[in-house]
Design a binder for this molecule. Structure first.
Ligand code: ATP
Length: 238
C-alpha cells in the first residue's frame, strides 16, 4: 500500500518556485531514496510534505487523504515526522531527556512516554548505555542516532529524513544508515534524502532522482544496474 503519494508537486518559497514537477512515493516497511545534486529541490520537497512549504501545484496524499489543508503540526499528529538536515539536539540535556522531548510534541506525559524509551534503546542499543550522559558528550554518529530516536518518539508512520549522514565520517555514515535500514522492520515508511549515494543505494528499496525540481530517474533499487549513472546525476550543483 502506498502511504505517501506525491504527484506532480510544484512548491517553493513564497512566489519563488524551486520544485517544478516531482512525483515520489513512500510505503510501509520500505525506504525510498530521494537523490539529486545540491539545490535540486530535495529539501524543498520534504518541507512541502511536512507542511512547511505550500503546494503550488499537484497533490500530496497521506493514507489516501489530501494534505493540502492540513497544517504542519496536524501532520505530525497524523504520523509524519520530519528530521531536518543538521538538526541539533540539546547538548546539555541527557540522551533520555532528548528522547522524551521528541514525544512531548504530541502532548503526551512523561509517564506515558517512559516505556517508549525502551523501544528506542532496542532500536539503538548504544543509547541505552549513554542514556544518562549529556548528549553533547556523544560521538557525531551517536548524536545523529539521538536525533533519529527523538523523531521516532512521535510514533510516526512516515519518516522524512534529510541527510542523516551529513557531517559524519564515511565509516560512521554506514553505521547510521544501518540503523535506518533496521527501522524498515518496524513497518515505518521512510523517505530518505542523502548525498552519500552509495550508502543510500545500499539501503533503498526505491530510488527517485530529481534535478532542477523535476524527476529524472525513478526505479526500484533492484533495477539500478549502474550506480555510477545515479552518482553522476547527483554530482555538482543544480
Ligand atoms: P541541498 O543538498 O543543497 O540541500 P536540495 O536538493 O535539498 O539541495 P533545496 O534545498 O531544496 O535543494 O533547494 C532547491 C532550491 O530552492 C535551490 O535553488 C535553493 O537555492 C532554493 N532555496 C532553498 N531554500 C530557500 C529559501 N529559504 N528561500 C528561497 N529559496 C530557497
Amino acid at each position: 500500500m502506498t502511504l505517501l503519494e506525491v504527484t506532480n508537486l510544484a512548491t517553493g518559497y513564497g512566489d519563488l518556485r524551486a520544485v517544478w514537477d516531482v512525483s515520489v512515493h513512500a510505503e510501509p516497511g520500505r525506504i525510498t531514496a530521494l537523490l539529486g545534486r545540491n539545490g535540486a529541490g530535495k529539501t524543498t520537497t520534504l518541507r512541502a510534505i511536512a507542511g512547511l512549504n505550500p503546494v503550488q501545484r499537484g497533490r500530496i496524499t497521506f493514507d489516501g487523504d489530501d494534505l493540502a489543508a492540513v497544517p504542519a503540526h496536524r501532520r505530525v499528529a497524523r504520523g509524519i515526522s520530519y528530521l531536518q538536515e543538521g538538526k541539533r539536539i540539546f547538548g546539555e540535556q541527557t540522551v533520555a531527556e532528548n528522547l522524551l522531548l521528541g514525544g512531548y510534541s504530541l502532548g503526551r506525559s512523561r509517564r506515558r512516554l517512559e516505556p517508549e524509551l525502551d523501544t528506542m534503546y532496542e532500536l539503538f542499543p548504544v543509547l541505552r548505555d549513554k542514556r544518562g550522559a549529556p548528549a553533547a558528550s556523544l560521538s557525531g554518529g551517536q548524536q545523529q542516532m539521538v536525533a533519529l530516536a527523538q523523531a521516532l518518539m512521535a510514533r510516526p508512520r512516515l519518516l522524512l529524513l534529510d541527510e542523516p549522514s551529513g557531517g559524519l565520517a564515511p565509516s560512521v555514515v554506514a553505521e547510521v544508515l544501518a540503523r535506518v535500514d533496521a527501522l524498515r522492520a518496524t513497518g515505518l515508511a521512510i523517505l530518505l534524502v542523502e548525498q552519500a549515494v552509495d550508502a543510500a543505494l545500499a539501503v533503498a528499496d526505491h530510488v527517485t532522482v530529481i534535478d532542477v525540481g523535476r524527476v529524472v530517474l525513478d526505479l526500484p533499487a533492484a533495477d539500478v544496474e549502474d550506480p555510477e549513472l545515479i552518482k553522476n546525476a547527483c554530482m555538482g550543483t543544480a
